[in-house]
Design a protein around this ligand. Structure first.
Ligand code: GDP
Length: 140
């Protein structure tokens, strides 16, 4: 399988509870390398642009408010099949459905406040990485 890069976000519910290190340990234990990482506080407009694809969904406004409610950690994870691997490590969107041992099973608080984001395909990974990082910040 090819080496890929994927965009990950540790969401406000997790940064609020000081879980960055525990979540990063899950990525590293799964063989994903954190090749770029920064802590930022999104504006609601920046969160809205990132989640534009969900603009018509009933939870969009709540999601944007949540993502702008506290700092997030945005990061690029690299590894073999990193996009699918990260989705596996994250677990299902709703923590009630997430497999044991996944980040969302262990840490998520609800379907909305679910601790992490991960890109879902190569095209979205490339666009999402470019939204937050310049080429110079990706140091492999
Ligand atoms: P993901 O790829 O597993 O993150 O899931 P989606 O792309 O379907 O949804 C994006 C994000 O929107 C999720 O991670 C949640 O934070 C949020 N979300 C999804 N469904 C709901 C919902 O029913 N209610 C609320 N409040 N938020 C939701």
């Amino acid at each position: 399988m090819a080496i890929e890069r994927t965009l990950s976000i540790i969401k406000p519910d997790a940064t609020n509870r000081n879980l960055t290190g525990k979540i990063n340990a899950k990525f590293e234990e799964a063989g994903l390398r954190i090749v770029a990482q920064k802590r930022i506080h999104l504006t609601k407009a920046q969160a809205g642009k990132f989640y534009e694809v969900h603009a018509e969904r009933p939870f969009y406004d709540e999601l944007c408010d949540f993502m702008a409610s506290a700092p997030v950690v945005v990061q690029v994870l690299e590894g073999e099949g990193a996009i699918a691997k990260n989705r596996e490590v994250m677990g299902a969107t709703n923590p009630a459905d997430a497999a044991p041992g996944t980040i969302r099973a262990e840490f998520a608080q609800s379907v909305g406040e679910n601790s992490v984001h991960g890109s879902d395909a190569p095209e979205t990974a490339a666009a999402e990485i470019a939204y937050f990082f310049s080429g110079l910040e990706l140091v492999g």
